[in-house]
Design a protein around this ligand. Structure first.
Ligand code: AMP
Ligand code: ZN
Length: 479
């Protein structure tokens, strides 16, 4: 049985979806104003493992992801400039051009990292009608109010607003936390905007008509609305990086539960950060590493995935080039060892061994997605006292979840090794045919000798008889 740590209860809990056998999973997607950095990608890799492991375990998973192309302000709360506008200005493009470019770039990165594309990917700008519907009801039921031209959620209407941690209200209230002026239009410091018609900057590019005037949605409402649109009133798992627990996810819960009138999401899966040696990696700091940076240094994306799987998702991970180099070396050795199995592997699958090692693997992942233990289970297979065929089947099976391209790269390594060996020693099949021809000639069976020569010639192999013996060429390469 799968156990997951739930940030909401702060406990490891047995995973029981709302509807048996089915899982609704929501993932906060990227804010597409820049390339994703490798910290963002760590979060998506670890969420991908959860997604794939649920499928591997037989669940019918529907995963939904938004694309934040509007409403995410620089301060993560309600202050600062819209991140999309910042990106558009930086690159002298329109917001929609920026959104398209970086959405495509994000999914390119995901593809390279073997991150499965969610079943539904929904840009925030496509759901304005849904936000308006929710906000209207929140106003009608007294959970939201219009003030200073904006619509705010009234957090004082909730018994428990700070659901994830017992933060000090004063420390976290918007304005105090960010060290900026509190918004006078808010009734309570921690209220948050659902809809803006007025903000500190007036040149917002994308605006829509609403009952409260021309404006645009707040960032938090998009995830509640998009999740409910595609996954209904009960969400099983909500994923995201830990920085989003407050205020983003806290606000999502506040508005969703106020709107629905019941508990909304059962499990909160938060991935801890990838940090640099000098602190958190962040897009807004401007200095960050992308997958492209790693590739430029000759590190393949799958090595970065392997690096991430070496640590538990609930521990922060410190990035260094040395650690990544180490991961590359380890991955290379792993591939070489598996390549050897492909070169030699024979026999029938040993069902008992298969079950035993598969159990080690599922035990690891059932234990709150412990990927480093799952990789240990993979090494256990390599050391196991069973035949190569069984080992290969296990490795291929595990790689349905790990998606480290182990089989693909091992087969390529085996083929490359074989091609190298043939380049050095000659193709064993051709050398055998040459030996048979020499034998035929010795026996004065010239008809057979000619038949062998013709057969080779039909395959593009030309024989050259020399005083030292017969050599051959294939497409010009002489042996
Ligand atoms: P964003 O594109 O800024 O909306 O972030 C995309 C995802 O990356 C969110 O789930 C964030 O919580 C997550 N994230 C942001 N910074 C980091 C980091 N340094 N390490 C891991 N995940 C991060
Ligand atoms: Zn979100």
């Amino acid at each position: 049985m799968l156990y997951l740590y739930n940030s909401l209860s702060r406990e490891r809990e047995p995973f029981r979806p709302h509807e048996e056998g089915k899982v609704g999973m929501y993932t906060c997607g990227p804010t597409v104003y820049h390339f994703a950095h490798i910290g963002n990608l760590r979060t998506y890799i670890m969420e991908d493992i959860l997604d794939r492991y649920l499928r591997y375990s037989g669940y019918d998973v529907k995963r939904v992801m938004n694309i934040t192309d509007v409403g995410h302000l620089a301060g993560d709360s309600d202050d600062g400039e819209d991140k999309m506008l910042t990106g558009a200005r930086r690159e002298h493009k329109t917001v929609l051009e920026i959104a398209k470019f970086y959405t495509d770039a994000f999914f390119e990165d995901c593809k390279k990292l073997n991150i499965r594309r969610p079943d539904v990917v929904e840009p925030a700008t496509h759901c304005i009608g849904e936000y308006i519907k929710i906000i209207k009801k929140l106003i009608d039921t007294g959970y939201a109010y219009v003030s200073g031209g904006n619509v705010y959620f009234d957090t004082s209407k909730l018994e428990n607003y700070y659901v994830f941690n017992r933060q000090n209200e004063e420390d976290l209230a918007v304005g105090v936390r960010e060290g900026v002026e509190a918004d006078d239009a808010k009734r309570n410091k921690c209220d948050f905007a659902l809809w803006f018609t007025k903000s500190k900057f007036e040149d917002q590019e994308l605006k829509w008509n609403s009952p409260w005037g021309l404006g645009y949605p707040g960032w938090h409402i998009e995830c509640s609305a998009i999740s409910m649109k595609h996954l209904g009133e009960y969400l099983d798992i909500h994923c995201g990086g830990i920085d989003n627990a407050f205020p983003h996810h806290t606000n999502e819960i506040a508005q969703s539960e106020a709107y629905l009138g019941h508990k909304w999401c059962s499990y909160w899966f938060h991935v801890l950060h990838l940090n640099t040696q000098s602190g958190k990696m962040s897009k807004s700091k401007g200095e960050f590493l992308t997958l492209g940076t790693l590739e430029d240094k000759g590190i393949s994306p799958v090595v970065y995935r392997f690096f991430c799987l070496g640590s538990h998702y609930r521990k922060s991970l410190v990035f260094s080039w040395d650690a990544l180099e180490n991961a590359r070396g380890t991955y290379d050795k792993l591939v070489s060892r598996v390549a050897q199995l492909y070169a030699e592997g024979d026999g029938d699958i040993d069902a008992a061994a298969f079950e035993e090692y598969k159990r080690r693997f599922t035990d690891a992942l059932d234990n709150d997605i412990n990927t480093s233990l799952a990789i240990t289970a993979l090494y256990d297979v390599l050391k196991a006292d069973t035949n190569d065929k069984t080992k290969l089947s296990l490795i291929e099976d595990f790689d349905r979840v790990l998606c480290l391209d182990i089989a693909k790269n091992a087969k390529a390594r085996r083929d490359a090794d074989e091609a190298k060996r043939q380049a050095e020693e000659g193709d064993p099949e051709i050398l055998a045919a040459i030996a048979r021809r020499a034998e035929a000639k010795k026996n004065r069976d010239f008809a057979l000798a000619d038949a062998i020569r013709n057969e080779l010639s039909a395959r593009g192999v030309t024989l050259i008889d020399t005083p030292e013996g017969t050599r051959y060429t294939v497409s010009g390469a002489q042996k």
